[in-house]
Design a protein around this ligand. Structure first.
Ligand code: TRP
Ligand code: ZN
Length: 512
């Protein structure tokens, strides 16, 4: 989510002036870590060409190894090279030894995966850093790198269905990446004078650990991070261990529910941990910058009420723990890192705090299967947040949507399902995405609308989904006409008319 001075809550005149922030006029910044082939391992370059037709029979019989290389990408519509074929990751164990001031890491990532084909070689995604060694099933494996594709050739073919471990030892100075879908910021590992945070959506996690970097391959995680004891570290999941030795502190974090790579977070800085366990057992732990303690604790005080509100609509909070790590400087955005959101001093107003909380259900647990489907994350989060603000802040959702509609009536606005890669986080996926849900609600009524949202979420808990699945739910629970309406909102160049106001306005009974 972006600072609300950018998207919502301000007069139209100001919003219009900021329209270009959303990529309408922003040229693509750069391509992902372009560069020449870097051969780090012992494999000849020629051996690493992926087989285009993907069949073992295309190899000359005399030299055919059993198995064939996994695909170097999963064919995402915007990021065809992200992720890799031929295996399914079950678990990542990431060990980071971090020196925040020079920004260096000595690291090891162990990946437990199951082969989905007979594999002679397979890829991981990794940008920058130096790979020192790769072990597959504890045996030395050959490896080489071209751009962000780390190709690994185990000494023996991995058989379909086989579980295998890959241990990558690497080091260097992690650097944030340019991503054509995120023109407003570099993404991945950031280090500001020793304060480290990761903001990776969609491609940036490969700036600090090797992975199958696509949201369709979720896995459980264990993250172990060692920092000088003068720093506090935090990571996604539950803190399970903390040890001290020779002026360094090691903390271990477990994420036992599936997580997409882009939501994996680590933070290092001068934070104070503030913990509260809810009556239902949910642990809320925030990391608060000491120099802004009171204002930040105050801003996060609504967290339990927000969680409760979204639980009422969608169902139980999906994870064992939640919290925020608040940056002690303005960022202009926030991000829904799993169980541990990343806001900043300028992005802790209720609209943004609620937005990132709603993403824990919609985005993190229920995740798109292709980045082009992103309105399902951002449109839902925007609308759920408007519903929350109507319920608990006396905000008029009809007025919210009228303002969104006016903003989306700019000639340059694009339909949410017609975005290009550079418009991945365009205002359209947020605002016209939310308007799509508002129009559906107006058409089917409150009760059925809530059932549709809940059904959509519950059908994709800890999994992936897409617009076709959402439309099928709308068709089944409402009718074809409702599905057609949603389709027009998502795809028509010309925006459908603003639906008449919901009556009575859903917030009126709650206004002070
Ligand atoms: N998903 C974020 C939100 O709306 C926005 C976002 C996408 C982002 N990619 C990012 C923020 C990268 C920071 C860095 O909540
Ligand atoms: Zn969002």
């Amino acid at each position: 989510m972006f600072g609300n001075d950018i998207v919502m809550g301000l007069p139209m005149s100001k919003q219009k002036r900021t329209a270009n922030r959303f990529g309408l006029g922003v040229a693509a910044l750069a391509v992902l870590v372009a560069g020449a082939c870097v051969v780090e391992g012992k494999v000849d370059e020629g051996e690493n060409d992926p087989l285009r037709d993907g069949t073992a029979s295309s190899l000359p019989a005399a030299v055919a190894p059993s198995g064939y290389p996994g695909a170097p990408g999963l064919g995402d519509s915007f990021y065809p090279q992200l992720g890799n074929g031929g295996y399914d990751v079950l678990h990542y164990a990431i060990q980071l030894d971090v020196d925040p001031i020079p920004n260096t890491i000595q690291a090891q990532t162990t990946i437990i995966a199951a082969a989905t084909q007979d594999l002679s070689a397979f890829n991981l995604d990794l940008a920058g850093l130096t790979v020192e060694s790769v072990l597959v099933n504890d045996n030395d494996a050959e490896f080489s790198r071209q751009d962000t594709e780390l190709t690994i050739t185990p000494d023996a073919t991995l058989l379909q269905g086989e579980e295998f471990s890959t241990k990558v030892t690497y080091s260097g100075s992690p650097m944030p990446l340019s991503d054509p879908g995120v023109p407003f910021s570099e993404i991945g590992w950031h280090n500001r004078e020793g304060l480290i945070y990761t903001a990776s959506e969609p491609s940036g996690s490969m700036s600090w650990f090797p992975s199958n970097n696509h949201p369709t391959d979720k896995a459980t995680f264990e993250i172990q991070i060692t920092v000088p004891s003068t720093f506090t570290a935090a990571a996604s999941g539950v803190l399970v261990n903390e040890t001290q030795s020779a002026r360094r502190t090691t903390t271990t974090w477990q994420m036992d529910d599936p997580m997409a790579t882009y939501l994996t977070a680590v933070y290092v800085g001068d934070f104070e941990r503030v913990e509260n366990r809810q009556a239902d057992g949910l642990l809320i732990r925030d990391y608060v910058p000491r120099e802004h303690f009171d204002v930040v604790v105050d801003a996060l005080a609504e967290t339990p009420q927000m969680i409760e509100y979204f639980e009422g609509i969608l169902g139980p909070y999906p994870y064992a723990v939640y919290g925020s790590v608040v940056m002690p400087f303005p960022l202009g955005y926030a991000l829904e890192n799993q169980t541990l959101s990343l806001p900043a001093l300028d992005t802790i107003d209720p609209l943004i705090v609620a937005h990132e909380i709603s993403h824990q259900w919609i985005g993190n647990s229920s995740t798109v299967d292709d980045w082009s489907e992103i309105w399902l994350h951002e449109g839902f989060a925007t609308y759920l947040t408007s519903m929350y603000l109507a319920e608990h802040h006396g905000q008029d959702i009809n007025e919210d949507m009228r303002r969104n509609y006016a903003f989306m009536s700019e000639p340059a606005a694009v339909a949410p399902q017609q975005i290009s890669q550079g418009q991945l986080f365009d205002a359209s996926v947020y605002l016209r995405g939310a308007l799509t849900l508002h129009a559906l609600r107006q058409f089917v009524g409150d009760d059925l609308f809530t059932t549709i949202l809940r059904t959509h979420y519950q059908q994709s808990i800890n999994a992936n989904t897409n617009t076709a699945e959402f439309l099928a739910i709308v068709r089944r629970l409402a009718n074809q006409e409702a599905a057609d309406l949603v389709e027009q909102w998502l795809n028509n160049a010309l925006m459908p008319p603003l639906p008449p106001p919901l009556t009575p306005p859903p917030n009126l009974n709650q206004s002070p």
